[in-house]
Design a protein around this ligand. Sequence first.
Ligand code: ZN
Length: 226
Amino acid sequence: MNFLDNALNLIFPPVCGICGKIGKKYLCDKCKMNLTNSDIYLNQLQDYSNDKSNFIDEHFYLFSYTGIIREKILQYKFEDKTYLSNTISEFFMNNEKLYRFFKKYDIMEPIPISIARKKERGYNQSELIARKIKKLGIINLEKQILVKETDNRPQNGLNRKDRSQNVKNVYKVQNEQKIKDKRILLLDDVYTTGATANECAKILKQAGAKKVGILTIAKDFKKINI
Ligand SMILES: [Zn+2]
């Protein structure tokens, strides 16, 4: 911690993002233990590399998108509770399975939100998490590869087919030389049908990326109507 962090901690001591207890951490030991022992903590790697219809090679997710985790992700995205990035990041730390996963990639790239959305919200939730992960020193962060040019409808409420349509031609790759033959790890908050991740992986591979995986906080298992 630097001087500024120390000074800020005196004024605003860290609060556990889950139970609200004031302490030394953004995730207290009790909540960390309870959640990592709960049945919504899956810490799972899903391999898609043999699925030819999928441009994503693999997906790592920590939680099932339900209960307190769903609640916290929604607060993080829509209620300006940016400190929750500290809480969520705690689950990425000291996770050996996840460390091995990171090592398979060269560059980490948060899935972008549109410029209009970023202006309105003030931050890209995936980028805040990516910055914390970068501090672990095992993977590089590159924010200038994918851009979201169009403000599409939110995926929420759309069926599987419409979700794929809704993300078509919305993202663009820039600085292609940075991804040539590279293994790219995308970062997002929730994975539902994978339409967004798949579209990003497709254009990244068309631009020369060798491999594309995705890391999300949670996976939504609810059934999306066809
Ligand atoms: Zn707590």
